[in-house]
Design a protein around this ligand. Structure first.
Ligand SMILES: [Fe+2]
Length: 230
């Protein structure tokens, strides 16, 4: 892996996954019962840590990412800003929308690799890896407590498993990039299979969260779930 690919893949990976990690932390924070308020605080700290990383990455990415990546729309959607403002408003939990505004304004450019940029990226990568590990441990502890009936959260056990698996994927990809290991064909194929299953689960979570009267949406979510595994 050359230095340009190292910078590009690191930036793209963080832009995609940091937001997911902070959203997972938000899901955890809102789902605890009052007796687990210490865990609420821990989840909130994770949300802040991943927001800080994302904010720094967005600064570094400006004029340093491919237009193709921006066109793919995998970082944010047209609804992200409005959705997070509403979510913050309804939950009373602060969500830094400035990061999203900066992401909307991100400009593409040709990556100009220099020692400073590589050092900055490498520092972020090495700082993020243990943070992801810690978040995986927290999620795993929560899942074990839920499955052994020691804790109740409003998240499905499958949702907790799902967000553990996404965090593990982030960790594995980042670890590979940091070691500058190339991605072979088999690995890319496995990623495809992984995401098909993840998309199926997203549709199933939506189905399960709908009001029973929303029959059309339930049917639609079911269709998506079946399509993802077809
Ligand atoms: Fe997901």
């Amino acid at each position: 892996m050359n230095q340009t690919d190292y910078v590009r893949l690191s930036l793209e990976l963080h832009l995609f996954f940091d937001r997911i990690m902070k959203e997972h932390s938000f899901f955890l924070e809102t789902a605890f019962m009052e007796k687990d308020k210490d865990l609420k605080r821990i989840a909130a700290d994770f949300q802040k840590s991943f927001s800080n990383i994302l904010s720094r990455i967005v600064e570094l990415a400006n004029n340093n990412i491919n237009q193709n990546f921006l066109n793919a729309g995998e970082m944010i959607t047209n609804n992200t800003l409005e959705a997070e403002m509403k979510t913050s408003n309804l939950s009373g939990i602060e969500i830094d929308s400035n990061i999203t505004r900066k992401q909307i304004e991100l400009r593409s450019g040709i990556i100009t690799v220099n020692e400073r940029l590589i050092n900055n990226i490498s520092n972020i990568n090495r700082r993020t890896l243990p943070l992801i590990q810690n978040l995986i441990s927290l999620k795993t502890n929560i899942l074990n407590s839920v499955l052994s009936c020691k804790m109740y959260t409003t998240n499905y056990p499958l949702l907790i498993t799902h967000i553990i698996n996404e965090a593990k994927m982030y960790y594995n990809l980042l670890n590979k990039i940091e070691k500058k290991e190339p991605f072979n064909r088999k690995y890319i194929y496995e990623q495809e299979l992984f995401w098909n299953n993840i998309m199926k689960e997203h549709a199933e979570f939506i189905r399960g969260l709908l009001d029973p009267t929303e029959k059309e949406l339930i049917t639609q979510a079911n269709k998506y779930a079946n399509k993802a595994i077809a």
